[in-house]
Write a protein that binds this ligand. Structure first.
Ligand code: GLU
Length: 302
């Protein structure tokens, strides 16, 4: 059975851009006769909270999305990600990286073609054994990176069309022991039998990295749809300053969840009735460019 998903990080409230992506993911899965799951991407415990998780799942239900109550939480699955890293390490496909964020930023400032921003330049890839020992002895714990070899991947995105991109030596485990998003996401989508990934287009250029990890781990490749951003009145990525951007803000200006859903469906080129949206769904209808929130939402709330 086809299965879609929405995978928020519980680091704050969902804004209407997140809700719009979740809505199209749900409508698309439903229109294919499939179901839908929510996965909580709370790898980063310091910035995640259960209150945020609750508010996010309740907002998703408020706009009419249906999904199982038992959501998967990545924070409960560290040993699964660690086991995958061990398997890659046993094949010689990883190496320790001692770089600080700042060193990476400075080294990565040169253009890297179509690699994602901040792509790793490979500083620690071929450390001599003496250098490796010196770094290990210094006490700074290393991150674990994937050893890649200039691979490139092409995939057909249901919105962006044909996309081709390179990959870098992506982090698999941060130096504080936390498994990395790119690894966890491919393991969990496969384990949850998600076969259609619908998410914000800020992740478009991370997709080749994820396809590479799927190949290495023998996991199936889902279909991808990267939904263009939602922007405020000034054309910038949606933020609090743009006005009523969460369901709670919108309730304050008199907009009910059902009205918000109708507005979001219309912005996706779909009928405003949710059943009609499901029966009439087609990716071809979904706009290829960013969507600006309506003027009446561009009101500041307290
Ligand atoms: N957890 C990611 C985020 O909130 C989304 C990951 C994904 O959909 O693949 O940005």
């Amino acid at each position: 059975m086809p299965r879609g998903r929405f995978a928020p990080s519980p680091t704050g409230s969902l804004h209407v851009g997140n809700l719009r992506t979740a809505l199209v993911a749900w409508v698309s899965a439903r229109s294919a006769g499939g179901d839908f799951v929510v996965r909580i991407e709370d790898l980063d415990r310091a910035n995640s909270s259960f209150e945020n998780e609750k508010s996010q799942t309740s907002d998703l239900r408020a706009i009419g999305l249906e999904f199982p109550v038992d959501v998967v939480r990545q924070s409960e699955r560290f040993e699964i990600y660690d086991a995958a890293i061990d398997r890659l390490s046993a094949r010689g496909l990883t190496y320790p990286c001692f770089c600080t964020r700042r060193e990476i930023r400075e080294a990565a400032s040169a253009p890297h073609g179509d690699l994602p921003e901040g792509a790793y330049p490979g500083t620690c890839r071929d450390l001599s054994s003496a250098e490796l020992r010196r770094r290990l002895d210094s006490g700074r714990p290393p991150a674990v990176r994937l050893r890649t070899d200039g691979e490139r991947y092409r995939f057909t995105d249901r919105i962006a069309g044909d996309v081709e991109g390179g990959i870098d030596d992506v982090v698999l485990r941060r130096n504080d022991g936390v498994p990395a998003y790119n690894l966890a996401v491919v393991i969990d989508d496969a384990w949850q039998r998600v076969d259609q990934v619908v998410r914000g287009d800020d992740l478009l250029l991370s997709t080749p990295r994820q396809i590479h990890l799927q190949k290495l781990l023998g996991l199936p490749e889902p279909s991808y749809a990267h939904v263009p951003l939602v922007v405020g009145g000034d054309g910038e990525r949606l933020a609090k300053r743009h006005g009523a951007v969460t369901l709670a803000d919108l309730a304050q200006v008199g907009e009910k969840a059902a009205d918000v859903r109708a507005e979001l469906l219309a912005s996706l080129g779909l009928p405003t009735d949710v059943d009609d949206a499901v029966s009439g769904f087609a990716w071809a209808k979904v706009p290829r460019s960013s969507w600006t929130i309506p003027l009446r939402w561009q009101t500041r709330t307290s």
